[in-house]
Design a protein around this ligand. Structure first.
Ligand code: IVH
Length: 684
């Protein structure tokens, strides 16, 4: 539809208002009123109209957020008021000391404060003139930053225009960040494209905002939280930080919803504690909280020292990321024989814990992240999991770093073939896998790792036996495999002599071992440590086999008939039991009386023993499968075809003609659903 110029102009303005409104509902307030499709429809209409009347396109149009032409370099922006940084508190004492000092400086007993999340992104300053965004800049050195206006315009939650009521000219400050989900998505895409990964959301946000090509920035899911009002020219603004944040929200800026006004420092401490525990569940990364004096007049009286204001303090969370030097890559042998590379680090404190080693996943992963021996690397720990190496800090390379090759690290035989570092047996790499394996099932380290799994909580749950005792038991020759645990009681005399053991703990351990004989079949299957067989798969297998012998003797072919077991798992199980060593252990377990088996329901005595049922048509009360189960539970059998042996044909709705006919021919008794239910209930 072609509109005349005047009508088009009106429509375009209307569309822009509408889109800006819905933009704000969606990106700033997080509560959209229309569907994505409706929003897209409005955008498309605006794009169409602007295409017809290019003279009506303005830089503030929502269609212009996609990113302008690339720049050769960023211009420099001088900040009218410097962007300061914050002083840090790392403990309650630091926080309380700040509070006491501030009270003294203000000469008051108490003062209001605002607590906020300290978002881990990068600081920017946005300047608005006559309700339009005219400039956006990085913090830079605090006095001069880079002009990144084009890039900031691509962030949907940055308003390009403001409603009435804004001061004629002013600056707001905030943190541009990448939400966790966006960060993970970005890294997945980069991984697929073979690009180096970002170490953390902060680096990713910084990298995205400082792109000379705004079209790249436009594709990154960046967001912003405004955390202060900078300078203001003309107009009047509220006199407290709290009210200013509400005022900025009304103007359309995105302010973090978790701000809290407090009067006592204990409340700030609670706020810190609360969010420290919520930290992992937050949609963005925060490295602490910021506590600010609420009154602007008080802020001005307090002023700054050096480049830090005295009216605010950052109370940091313990770091979960740190950086250190990776001295060397070592190789350990896992339970299933995997050769696992791990990082040997220059010790570093991360989140209050000293870290000397960290996980590296496999050779492919090390190559993809380009982690080299000698590199400075980022280390990360989350919760209780093993710390991991996130990636190298490329900027700190000296040129002496060594790219990693797993094969180079392994000992070799006389013909140059790589060997297991623990047992000296041959190393293999299955074609479809990224890991190398030690081929020796009796490899002592593998056997020890398997015992760790065997005694673990999800396995046989033998309390009191940990990594170091296991090592000792092997070293002192008490055990050679997991089945030997059950012979330990014969060696009690020697066992109590083990370092730090004594009679009492020896007896506790022996009792725990004895008790584990009662463990269920799925636990035992899991505890064996068959590659690809986790707890869930063990449960499935245990439903299908009555004991370990049944499982051990089925080939891959039969295993694939077990629901949810695919060829990979089936082959892995079959391969496990093909190994002589593993079969021997199973036999020893049986001898020792570790032989759980699923109770086979004894049919005798059940009311429907010897009765064969066939069901035809649909039943109202239950599905065919459930009906079959009910029959079996009472000792009967359920079949699909009517034969001479069929006792009852249960006729549901829309019965099959052939079954009914056959039943008639054989004079089989036909019953309806009600009678069938009566039989089940009466006998059940
Ligand atoms: S207020 C005068 N509030 O932390 C200080 N900063 O080390 C003004 N930051 O460069 C900063 N979240 O990038 C403030 N809620 C928040 C913040 C915050 C993150 C960053 C900001 C600043 C750095 C200070």
């Amino acid at each position: 539809m072609t509109l005349d110029f005047e009508t088009a102009k009106e429509r375009i303005e209307k569309l822009r208002d509408l889109i800006n409104y819905h933009n704000r509902r969606y990106y700033v307030l997080d509560s959209p009123e229309i569907s994505d499709a409706e929003y897209d429809g409005l955008m498309q209409e605006l794009r169409d109209q602007e295409a017809q009347f290019p003279q009506l396109v303005i830089p503030d149009s929502p269609t212009q957020r996609v990113g302008a032409e690339p720049l050769a370099a960023f211009g420099v922006v001088e900040h009218r008021l410097p962007l300061l940084s914050l002083s840090n508190a790392f403990s309650t004492e630091d926080l309380y000391a700040w509070h006491t000092r501030t009270r003294r400086l203000l000469d008051v007993d108490r003062f209001d404060m605002v607590c906020e999340h300290k978002i881990d992104g990068l600081a920017v300053a946005l300047v608005y003139e006559n309700s339009r965004l005219v400039r956006g800049a990085t913090r830079g050195d605090g006095y001069r930053g880079e002009n990144i206006t084009q890039n900031l315009r691509t962030i949907r939650s940055v308003p390009l225009t403001l409603p009435g009521g804004a001061p004629p000219a002013f600056e707001v400050r905030g943190e541009v960040y990448l939400p966790r989900a966006g960060f993970q998505k970005l890294n997945r895409e980069r991984e697929a494209e073979g690009l180096p990964l970002f170490a953390n959301p902060r680096n990713a946000a910084a990298g995205s905002v400082r792109q000379l090509d705004p079209r790249i920035t436009a594709k990154r899911p960046l967001d912003i939280y405004i955390y202060s009002l900078g300078w203001v020219q003309g107009g009047t603004v509220p006199g407290t930080h709290w009210e200013r944040m509400q005022y900025l929200t009304r103007l359309g800026f995105k302010v973090n919803p978790n701000l809290k006004k407090v009067a006592a420092i204990e409340e700030a401490e609670e706020y810190h504690q609360h969010w420290l525990h919520q930290r992992e569940t937050m949609p963005y990364e925060a490295d602490g909280i910021v506590v600010k004096v609420d009154s602007i007049e008080c802020q001005e009286r307090l002023g700054d020292i050096g480049r830090e204001p005295r009216w605010a303090i950052a109370y940091k969370f313990p770091a979960i990321q740190g950086s250190t030097r990776l001295k060397e890559i070592g190789i350990s042998v896992g339970r299933t024989g995997t050769l696992n590379p791990y990082a040997i680090l220059e010790p570093v404190q991360v989140g209050g814990v000293t870290i000397k080693q960290a996980a590296l996943h496999n050779e492919d992963d090390i190559r993809r992240k380009d982690i080299r021996e000698g590199d400075w690397v980022y280390i990360q720990r989350a919760g209780d999991v093993i710390p991991e190496v996130v990636g190298p800090i490329i900027g700190r390379r000296t040129g002496n770093e060594k790219p990693f090759s797993l094969i180079d690290k392994l000992p070799k035989d006389e013909r140059g073939r790589p060997l297991c570092p623990a047992c000296g047996h041959e190393v293999i790499k299955p074609a479809d896998e990224v890991m190398y394996y030690c081929s020796n099932a009796a490899c002592p380290v593998q056997v020890q790792r398997r015992m760790e799994l065997f005694v673990s909580r999800g396995g046989m749950d033998i309390r009191g036996i940990g990594e170091s005792l296991i090592e000792m038991l092997f070293r002192e020759g008490f055990v050679k495999d997991v089945a030997d645990l059950y012979k330990l009681k014969e060696k009690r005399d020697r066992l109590i002599l083990i370092e730090r053991m004594g009679e009492k703990s020896a007896d506790n351990i022996l009792a725990a071992i004895e008790k584990s004989k009662n463990a269920s079949l799925p636990r035992l299957i899991y505890a064996l440590g068959i590659r690809h067989v986790g707890e869930e798969t063990a449960n499935l297998l245990a439903e299908h086999f009555t004991d370990l012998a049944g499982l051990a003797s089925s080939g891959a072919e039969r295993l694939m008939h077990v629901p949810s077991i695919g060829p990979k798992i089936a082959e892995s199980i079959a391969a496990f039991f093909r190994q002589e060593e593993n079969r021997r252990v199973v036999e020893k377990l049986k001898q020792a009386g570790v032989w759980p088996h699923r109770e086979i329901v004894k049919n005798e005595g059940l009311p429907l023993v010897g009765k064969e049922f066939v069901i035809t048509g649909t039943l109202k009360a239950f599905s065919r499968e459930v009906a079959h189960e009910r029959i079996k539970a009472l000792g009967g059998t359920a079949k699909e075809t009517v034969t001479r042996k069929t006792a009852y044909l249960v006729v549901g709705e829309d019965p099959g003609a052939s079954k009914v006919e056959r039943a008639r021919a054989l004079s089989t008794q036909q019953i309806y659903e009600e009678q069938f239910i009566a039989i089940l209930e009466q006998k059940g």
